[in-house]
Design a protein around this ligand. Structure first.
Ligand code: ADP
Length: 713
């Protein structure tokens, strides 16, 4: 089937022609045959890189041509920006839903395509965003993530809610290959397009002792070093390809990149330029190591790195200069970075409770699917490494020949469903028990289990919790949200977090930074740091010095949860106390990317706590508000007045303050020249431009800075 034969706009067809896309891939043609352009729901379960996004894009353009509006739901924020970039500049208006969880983002309604994560869409539903009612095409990217234990229930509920509101809406669900696609398709009243077809031939094999065993042939690999994984990389690079190596931890990723760099020893000006870009911003040893590796053609990639550093590594790899990336498996989920050879070196991963456990088949497929760059590589190779000869067959059985796992609903998990039940009540989806049950029967859980008995028991227990914590009122069959319950739903808080925060702040007598932060770190909404053996001494010393300031009880016996919450709160307190990023990274054993992620998570909780404080502890609202700004910028209280200026972050504000410019008035009085001597003339000019503008503008800007604290894009 030719692009010219399908009903898309000339502008889009021209974009495809420019990229050399003239013919549909076979699974894409099947989508058209199964009603893609006729409003039919479809579940498209095909391998990575076989053209799912393109199918969705064509459907969206066709739809927009018929005056429809499209919502594209992605699982990760990083993917939202990637898709936003993909869809932009092709003659339609594209928006990305960012910003706070308690906003309606009405302005986004002007767009034809809106890209958002499932959490953001859920929060928009809770805040009754009007344009959601106009969505007539829903695209669900990576819909198999319905079975993710922590986030799957949100995706499932969002699908159920959107379809409940608008049953006529077309749904296009994109999925990796899964075990039970028909079951999922049936739930969505969708036709199924299932295929193993790939644009580049994928060969999957197991390496052992100098040879890759493929199902129908063997391929020898020359021994060059004493490391088999490195030999596999050098082999591919030697024949002009690139390599992605998946390992189980950040430490392993870094160690492998160092080894690969030493093995490759490449030397060219482009690599030096990429390395220099990283080195210029490097604060920590990890970043300096990354720059040194990149200079020789290898890199590592994980969540501990800063976003910009990851971008530089990705670009260096896409441009073909960086030859090897070693990374943790989290990378496989988001990044579209194909390579000729993918090495799945570590297929065991530590998971709490299970110790070292094999990764699921679906995860293996996701990594393996990155092998082979269309139009560039003659083939792709995915290689597992066997530790012994007896492992070769086992790896074939467990991964290469194994069927993908079934997708299972997470809606019967009491811990994750409480928030959704509250939101169903608070937003009027369910006003009585029967309505709540009827709604829950629309879930994938109910559809796939056939029985809702377990679900009903969970719902009863959740209602009991919500009633006892006074988030809902029950009168006979009727269920009403209280003001508190509605607020919690709008703030997008887990009701258990809200209850912990509300109960504690209404009891404490005096505000303390560490007391407040540690409280937030005990809630299920806050990810916490791992506690190492040698942390005990510092934690104990800290407790001895700050016992009075803590708001939660100090347990008599060692408690991992308590220690984790305290350690995380100490990191956050250091950040808000202007401790340098490098010191924080060393002290807590984290990377700059982790600090950023922690600060971002806690920012939302601080913001939500401010609203709860207004209701339960008005005296604490002000110090919490200060902490909100302090955490955002990583500054002590004394810098608050200066940091309200645009372009002034923690470092510049401190420099101004230490030079005696402690307020906007002091800066104004000093004049542009003096400030220029401290910060440079360019930034000083910018500051004075702002100061010369109306004072009101600064105040308004400060307000805006606050309300965009939690960017979600
Ligand atoms: P997926 O979403 O399944 O990972 P994409 O839609 O992103 O796959 O497609 C992967 C790559 O293949 C993209 O670079 C895309 O432009 C290209 N592509 C998609 N469909 C075609 C086609 N019919 N012909 C040529 N290239 C295509």
């Amino acid at each position: 089937m030719q692009i010219a034969d399908i009903p898309i706009s000339p502008a889009l067809a021209a974009c495809y022609a420019e990229k050399g896309i003239a013919t549909l891939y076979p699974p894409q043609a099947e989508c058209v045959e199964k009603g893609l352009f006729d409003g039919k729901n479809l579940l498209i379960a095909i391998p990575t890189a076989s053209g799912k996004t393109l199918v969705a894009e064509m459907a969206m353009h066709h739809h927009i041509g018929n005056r429809g509006k499209c919502l594209y739901i992605v699982p990760l924020r990083a993917l939202a920006s990637e898709k936003y970039d993909d869809f932009s500049g092709k003659g339609v208006r594209v928006g990305i839903a960012t910003g706070d969880f308690d906003r309606r983002d009405d302005y986004l309604g002007r767009n034809d395509i809106i890209v958002a994560t499932s959490e953001k869409v859920d929060s928009l539903l809770r805040n009754r965003t009007p344009w959601l009612a106009e969505i007539s095409l829903l695209v669900l990217d990576e819909v198999h993530l319905i079975d993710s234990p922590d986030r799957g229930a949100t995706l499932e509920m969002v699908i159920a809610k959107l379809r409940y509101k608008n049953p006529a809406m077309q749904v296009i669900a994109l999925s990796a290959t899964i075990g039970n696609p028909q079951e999922l398709a049936d739930w969505m009243d969708a036709g199924l397009v299932e295929s193993e077809w790939r644009p580049v031939d994928l060969r999957e094999g197991v390496y052992h002792h100098g040879c890759i065993h493929f199902p129908d042939s063997d391929r020898p690999v020359e021994h060059r070093t004493k490391h088999e994984d490195l030999d596999l990389c050098l082999d591919t690079v030697g024949e002009g390809g690139q390599c992605l190596v998946f390992v189980s931890s950040r430490k392993n990723a870094e160690a492998f990149a160092k080894r690969a760099a030493a093995g490759l020893k490449l030397d060219n000006p482009e690599l030096l330029e990429f390395a220099e870009r990283i080195r210029a911003k490097a604060d920590t040893n990890t970043e300096k190591t990354l720059a040194a590796c990149v200079a020789q053609g290898a890199a590592f990639h994980h969540a501990g790195l800063k976003k910009e550093e990851r971008r530089i590594v990705e670009q260096g790899f896409r441009d073909g200069h960086i030859k090897v990336i070693s990374s943790t498996p989290t990378l496989a989920a988001g990044l579209n970075l194909p390579a000729r050879r993918v090495i799945i070196r570590d297929y065991l991963r530590y998971s709490a409770g299970d110790g070292m456990a094999p990764i699921p088949v679906r995860e293996y497929r996701q990594m393996a699917g990155r092998a082979g760059r269309p139009h560039l590589d003659p083939y792709g190779e995915a290689v597992l490494i066997a530790k012994g000869e007896d492992m070769i067959d086992e790896l074939f059985d467990c991964y290469i020949d194994a069927p993908a796992e079934d997708v299972r609903s997470q809606c019967a998990n009491e811990a994750v469903i409480a928030s959704h039940i509250l939101s169903l009540i608070a937003t009027g989806f369910a006003r009585e028990h029967a309505e709540l049950t009827a709604f829950m029967e629309r879930t994938f859980y109910a559809a796939s289990k056939g029985s809702t008995a377990a679900l009903k028991r969970v719902v009863q227990r959740v209602l009991e919790f919500l009633r006892e914590s006074e988030m809902i009122l029950e009168v006979g069959e009727w269920i009403e949200p209280t003001e508190y319950g509605s607020l919690v739903s709008r703030l997008y808080l887990d009701p258990r977090s809200a209850e912990t925060i509300a109960t504690t702040i209404s009891e404490v007598e005096e505000y303390s930074d560490i007391g407040f932060l540690q409280l937030l770190c005990t809630t299920p909404d806050m990810p916490t740091l791992y506690v190492r053996k040698n942390d005990a001494y510092y934690l104990d010393r800290f407790i001895a010095e700050h016992a009075e300031d803590l708001w939660t009880d100090i347990p008599w016996h060692a408690s991992e949860d308590f220690e984790r919450s305290l350690k995380t709160a100490m990191l956050l307190a250091d950040w808000a106390d202007e401790v340098g990023e490098e010191t924080i990274c060393e002290r807590y054993g984290v990377g700059p990317g982790d600090v950023y992620a922690m600060v971002e998570s806690v920012n939302w909780l601080i913001h939500a706590s401010r609203h709860l404080a207004r209701m339960f502890a008005p005296d604490l609202a002000r110090p919490i508000e200060d902490m909100e700004l302090r955490m955002k910028h990583g500054i002590r209280k004394e810098l608050l007045p200066i940091v309200r200026l645009r372009g002034i972050g923690r470092v510049r504000a401190r420099r101004l303050f230490n030079n005696g410019f402690c307020s906007l008035d002091a800066i104004r009085e000093a004049g542009v020249e003096k400030i220029g001597r401290v910060l440079g003339s360019g930034i000083a000019a910018q500051i004075f431009e702002q100061l010369e503008g109306e004072r009101d503008e600064i105040a308004a800007d400060a307000g805006q800075q606050q309300s965009t604290l939690f960017h979600f894009g």
